[in-house]
Design a protein around this ligand. Structure first.
Ligand code: SF4
Length: 190
């Protein structure tokens, strides 16, 4: 599985102190994408879901993780690996938010029935749809543009997320080594 980084704790991509995984690889290439450096997997080392799960479980052993967010890149361009990883870390938290450039309708066609069904049990909230720069408005909290939507596979997560959404967009600047990363959904550059 191609991933770029794992950061914890992050509050800018969902409720609570979250562990966020950025996958690498996205063939969609939306104009204005915030993470174009994650489009390509070239030169990256693929890690097994088990290897990544060990890292996450080690963090979970010493910290209270409120939720997991998987973004990218497009995590659903590696569906088999993503599902296996989510299976391996399912004891960490019930709150799993996954971003994808696919719409829910497209995912139904792209994935096998087994994959789609399992994804729905492992993911609590899916942020779906391609990013459209012209539709990036500050009121679309947790989403890059207003055509995208949050799909609640777990209805019991709705209240928790709606409370978070009412707080508006959040940005969090974190250092990874000597690299400063600005995490969150950014407003459109004018
Ligand atoms: S789907 Fe997401 S990661 Fe992929 S190009 Fe669009 S905005 Fe970027």
């Amino acid at each position: 599985m191609y991933i770029d980084r794992i950061l914890f704790p992050i509050q800018a991509l969902g409720p609570g102190d979250r562990l966020v995984i950025w996958t690498a690889g996205c063939s969609r290439r939306c104009t204005g994408c915030a993470n174009p450096e994650l489009w390509s997997t070239e030169g990256r080392r693929s890690r097994s879901p088990l290897e990544i799960a060990r890292i996450i479980n080690n963090i979970a052993a010493e910290n209270s993780i409120s939720g997991i967010t998987v973004t990218g890149g497009d995590p659903l361009e590696q569906p088999e690996e993503l599902i296996e990883l989510l299976r391996l870390v399912s004891c960490v938290t019930d709150d799993v938010l996954v971003y994808t450039g696919y719409t829910l309708g497209q995912l139904c066609c792209e994935l096998t029935t087994e994959q789609y069904d399992e994804l729905r049990t492992l993911v609590s909230v899916l942020a779906e749809g391609p990013y459209i720069e012209e539709l990036n408005t500050p009121d679309t909290v947790l989403l890059g543009s207003s055509n995208q939507s949050l799909v609640y596979f777990r209805e019991d997560m709705r209240e928790r997320y709606e409370e978070y959404l009412s707080q508006g967009r959040k940005i969090q600047n974190v250092y990874m080594g000597n690299r400063l990363i600005s995490v969150g959904i950014h407003n459109r550059q004018k």
